[in-house]
Design a binder for this molecule. Structure first.
Ligand code: MN
Length: 440
């Protein structure tokens, strides 16, 4: 149902909002991603928005001016709140009704009355600020890229990926309080580090601060405790995707992850993009999941023809670094890598189905991280530890500087977009996070 193409995917559709028709823009009429926003320095309260070109549509204001009725009207009213959890909980029919109503009102063939209601509800993106679009109850971070897992196991001198990797979409439960939207600035974490050859740990700022290129997956409708989510229904429980940087302190991680999972190495900052691209907007970019035949089939609760033939999504992903030198010299950020989410070993539906199979209830607004996204080539690595081969081959930036890990003053910028012949390009905007010196 979520994968059906319809008039909102028509590449010929154009909006009367001129900036939406720009070549290679992120937010054409075929995208319509959601966020919450307020006018900078003018509004107190945040409320739901959809992006169109270089504008946002204040959804609830538009719905009220347009006298929007029915399911789309109900959905729009839920978007008046400062978080979108209630809207998420309404499910795919409501999400679709609102998307289609917005599409019709923004389309170049919209009536002058429809145009007027939207026109009065447009605000330039340059004049707004964003915050977390949902009250995130729980955050789970997966580990589902076989290329990332293979690279890391080589760097750690292990013999291949862990034996469970091809059976389980592996994950740990993460931290919500330090998740923030693009623009996040945070202090380099302090922690315990065991230096090579030493017998006792030191307390120090992390010397191996890294980023992880990931997608964030927002749960739309949840499930009751004890009620599994079947694989072929799993996509209808997902509202949409954002960019996610799972900042990681590799040295703190190496010492503390014995024998449990990541803790202080990953609980100090997670930077997400403000816009959520809906699963419906992503429908044209579906592909077969690439699980080699030699790996056999996963257990039945993680296996279906539908998942095998449509489980992958071709989302182009880019990582950039901007140092203080880039800013001082007014140079563009240096691109570090470029890959696609299509290479991921486990699909989003498999992550969701696995998460719930033991009885865990997911709730609207829960956030799942995809795990670091690395492709098959070296230039497609989703973390600096991989790109720089565990500091043995530092990366050279456009400024001439070298990096094995992220230094103070560095910003990491994630960008994402989908492109395919016969469809409009849609984009994710960006996630930008900047590292400040440790507070010690
Ligand atoms: Mn991660």
């Amino acid at each position: 149902m979520q994968h059906t193409l319809n008039q909102t995917h028509d590449p010929a559709a154009r909006s009367w909002v001129d900036s939406a028709n720009a070549e290679a823009g992120d937010f054409p009429i075929q995208n319509l991603p959601f966020s919450v926003f307020r006018r900078r320095d003018a509004d107190k309260t945040f409320r739901g928005a959809v992006a169109i070109g270089d504008q946002v549509v204040d959804i609830a204001a538009w719905a009220s001016r347009a006298g929007l009725e029915g399911m789309a009207g109900e959905a729009a009213r839920a978007c008046a709140q400062p978080v979108l959890n209630a809207f998420f909980s309404m499910g795919p029919s409501a999400w679709r009704a609102l998307r289609h109503a917005l599409f019709a009102a923004l389309h170049e063939r919209a009536s002058s009355r429809d145009r007027a209601a939207i026109d009065a509800s447009l605000i330039p993106q340059a004049e707004v600020e964003y915050t977390l679009p949902a009250q995130i109850g729980d955050y789970t971070d997966f580990y589902t890229s076989i290329h990332h897992a293979t690279n890391i196991s080589k760097l750690l001198g292990l013999n291949g990926v862990s034996p469970n990797f091809k059976s389980i979409p592996i994950a740990y439960h993460g931290r919500v309080s330090s998740i923030a939207t693009s623009g996040q600035r945070f202090h380099r974490p302090m922690g315990q580090i065991m230096l090579p050859g030493e017998e006792a740990p030191i307390f120090s700022p992390s010397r191996k601060l890294d980023y992880e290129l990931e997608l964030g997956i927002y749960v739309g409708q949840g499930n009751a405790a004890g009620e599994p989510i079947h694989l072929d229904q799993a996509d209808s429980h997902v509202f949409g995707l954002c960019l996610l940087n799972d900042w990681s302190a590799r040295d703190i991680q190496a010492w503390e992850m014995q024998p449990l999972g990541p803790f202080l190495a990953k609980n100090f900052a997670t930077t997400i993009s403000p816009w959520i691209v809906t699963m419906e907007a992503l429908a044209p970019f579906r592909l077969p999941l690439s699980r080699p035949d030699a790996d056999g089939k996963p257990l039945p609760y993680l296996d279906s023809d539908h998942n095998s033939t449509t489980g992958a999504i071709d989302i182009q992903l880019e990582v950039y670094m901007e140092t203080a030198h880039h800013r001082a010299a007014n140079l563009p950020a240096t691109q570090l890598s470029h890959t696609s989410f299509r290479h991921q070993y486990w699909s989003i539906a498999q992550m969701v189905a696995h998460h719930a199979i033991g009885g865990c209830n997911l709730r609207p607004g829960d956030l799942l991280g995809s795990g670091t996204i690395s492709g098959p080539e070296r230039s497609e690595a989703g973390a600096l530890m991989e790109l720089a081969s565990n500091a043995s081959e530092p990366v050279t930036l456009g400024t001439g500087e070298q990096r094995s890990y992220v230094e103070d003053g560095d910003a990491i910028i994630l960008r994402g977009y989908c492109e395919k012949a016969g469809f409009a390009r849609i984009g994710f905007g960006e996630s930008r996070g900047e590292v400040l010196p440790a507070k010690c």
